[in-house]
Structures are given as structure tokens and as C-alpha cells.
Design a protein around this ligand. Sequence first.
Ligand SMILES: NC(=O)c1ccc[n+]([C@@H]2O[C@H](COP(=O)([O-])OP(=O)(O)OC[C@H]3O[C@@H](n4cnc5c(N)ncnc54)[C@H](OP(=O)(O)O)[C@@H]3O)[C@@H](O)[C@H]2O)c1
Length: 426
Amino acid sequence: MRTVTVGFLGCGNIGCGVWKLLNEFKDDLLHRSGVVFDIKRILVRDVHKKRDAVVPENLLTTDPAQVTDDPAIEMVLEFMGGEEPATRYMLRALEMGKTVVTANKMALALNWHILQEAAEKHGSGLYYEAAVCGAIPIIRTTVDSLMSNRIEEMMGIVNGTTNYILTRMSQEGSDYAAVLSDAQRLGLAEPDPTSDVEGFDAAYKLSILSSLAFHARVPFDVIYRQGITQVTAADIAFGKELGYTLKLLAIAKRQGNVIDARVHPTFIPDSHPLASVNGSFNAIFLHGHACDDMMLFGRGAGSAPTASAVVSDMLYAVSRETPRHPTFRNSDKLAEGLTVTNDWRCSFYVRLEASDRPGVLAHITTCLGNEGISIRNLMQRDAVNGRAQIVLITHDAGECSIRKALAAIDSRDARVESMIRVEAKA
Ligand SMILES: NC(=O)c1ccc[n+]([C@@H]2O[C@H](COP(=O)([O-])OP(=O)(O)OC[C@H]3O[C@@H](n4cnc5c(N)ncnc54)[C@H](OP(=O)(O)O)[C@@H]3O)[C@@H](O)[C@H]2O)c1
């Protein structure tokens, strides 16, 4: 039996989940790994706060050095959240030669290269399965199990809050604002939901995932990001009629040396495996040149599911003689030799409000045609007060072309109400 002394940075939702799993599953963990994890010190903001786990108060501290600098602590688990001071404390722990396990996608996505450099320099381990999609073992699957593949495409539902909101909007026909406030009341959305609903959280995760998938750093700031705040019940309903489900997808594709990486609301055919991923569940659909299509599905957040990933990293770390780091050059810049395109190709859903008079439809099709865009489906609703709703789905087209075409269409006679990208591969 080996004892590994552990320190926590943070003991909120996830910290308490890890505390419980390490204690309640202790005997099984020992039986499986031959290791006992001894929790020595826990950094918090307020030592007197009531917690979801029965954590002895004498383990709690407000002094980070008692975790990061204690020579007896071998492994530091970070679940404080935010970029700072979490990054600084992790760096300190790595410089002290400790293994760091983090659930913090933001700190990792923004400072991965700095953390990895410190880890390599000091021979420390750095593991982050819990930072992306909670319990779903997507990091290790990408790094280990799919190492034999050139991953060409990844599409994921990687944020449970937005998937919950879109699922309810879709099932109930409700508006965004009403479902968001209900989700906040139920504790499924933060009081400040910006990171989730504006797609930041998904973009941090996509930066980490696409870097591992493409074996080249894809920094957060090259990722196109659009959240769900402008999504309307009307668009979801029109999409449904046409056989599509709306999801906030994190998408990364690579063709040769050109990549696109983007987070935005996306229509997918109802028959696509991601279309049935509902509520707060997450899933990642990927395509590798040898493994073909694959989907991983599960709980992407929550105390116990995230603890599952943290503890799995702890076991992985102790099972290795030397730490494992990505072998691509990790920096804050896009990997040399790669370019990011903002001119990806897909279908587009467009909803217009147009004057119900001759020539308007011709104007729309001409503007699209001028950019080489053809229409796959077109639907028109009866006019109200002389204005009709027109919904169309294009064949594959370039992002820049559709933007140009919509700018040319937009006029008093035909107002563009919404444009949603469609990933049509079922
Ligand atoms: N929630 C999820 O489902 C989930 C899933 C996957 C990953 N994550 C990631 O896990 C991390 C933690 O999330 P969480 O939901 O557990 O957050 P949380 O409930 O807010 O817990 C944060 C913990 O960190 C402590 N803390 C924060 N700032 C501190 C500071 N400056 N000094 C000392 N202690 C500090 C807090 O202390 P007090 O308790 O005294 O306030 C608290 O114990 C985040 O990076 C999040 O993105 C969360």
C-alpha cells in the first residue's frame, strides 16, 4: 500500500464531490490501485462556510502556501475556478514538483502552455480530464485510445446549461428568457450565466479538445464564438418542421493544414446521434481516419460526475512512472503551419420577413445566386399585415458568401431575421 498526500485548492461543488468519492470509495480505490489518498490541507475562502461534505475544519486554510508549498503534499487538486489566482497557485505547485489535477477549463485553456512548460521543467504531472465534459473520458480517449487516428472532425455538446435551455425551448416551445430564469431558479444556470450562454465555456473546452485532437495548439482566441441568447422559439419550431434539432455545438474540423474551430447554435438533422442528447447531458461526436465515426455521451457536469474524472486522473497519475504531456509544441499561438479559416462551408438556415408582393422572392434568390448559393428547402407562411415569413435552407455554401448574400438581401422588402448554420451530415 502506498499513501499519497493530497491538497485541495477549493472545496465547493466539485471539491466536496471529490472529498466524498475519495472517502466513500476508499476501500475500492485501495483495492484497485494499491493507493490511499490522504487529504492533508484544503484551501478555501471562508473556513466557517457550511459545505456539502463533512470536511473537518482543521483541514481548511485560507493560506495557499499551506497547500502549494508543503513538501509533504505530493498532489494538488485544483477546483477553485476562474483564471486567477488558480493559475498562479497551480504554477507554484508544479514548480514545487507536485502533480496537479485540475477541473478548471478556463485557466487551462488560457494558460496551458505556461502550465505545461512549468510541469515539464520541474518533472511534475498535469492532468485535466475533469476540465472537459465532466465524467466523459474524452481527454484520455483522444490522447490514448485514438492515438492511432488522424482526427478530422469533432462536434460536441459540451455545455450542459445551454443544452438544458435549448432542450426545454424545443420541447415546450418556450422563449429563451423564460427557460433561462427557470434554469437559474433550479440551480442549473449560474446567477451570471454569461460564460455558458455566450459560449465562452464551450470555447475553452473546444480549445483544449481540438488541440489534442489535431495534435497542435488551437488557442482560445482563434475560436469563433456565438452563444444562444439570440435563439428564438420560432426558429426552433421552423427547424423542427424541416427535420432539424437545434444545439449549441463546439465544432472543429481539419482539412490538410486548414482548420476551423467554432461554437455556435447549429441545426443538425433529427437523425444525427447528437440530436437526441437532451437536458444537461454532454456528448462528443468525432471522426477519425481509421476509427470512423464515434460518439461519447454522459454527464458533463455535476459534483459526482466531475469527481469521477478527477479521481480517475489521480489514479492515472500515480500509475505512471513519469508524467505525461502532449508532445505538440504548446504555445499561446496557433501551431506553425496551420491556418484558421472563417470561411467554413456548411448549409445555412435563413429566416426572413418579407413584403408579400411580386419580385421579392426573386430578389432573395438573385442575391443568393450572385454568391453561388442555391436553395435546398424553402417554406413560406401566410402573410400577416402584408409581411410573410420565409424560411430557407441552402445547399453547402461558404460562410463569407452567405454573409455577403444576406447583406445584399436585407432591405425594406426583405428583412433577415436570423441565420443559423446547419451541419447536415447524419
Ligand atoms: N460545477 C460543475 O459541474 C463543474 C464541472 C466541471 C468542471 N468544473 C470546474 O470546477 C471548478 C470549480 O467549480 P465549482 O462548481 O466547484 O465552484 P465553487 O462551488 O464555486 O467552488 C469554488 C471553491 O474554491 C474556493 N475558492 C475560490 N476562490 C478562492 C480564492 N481566491 N482563495 C481561496 N479559495 C477560493 C471556494 O472557497 P469557499 O468555499 O470558501 O467559497 C470554493 O470552495 C471550476 O473551474 C469549474 O469550471 C465545474
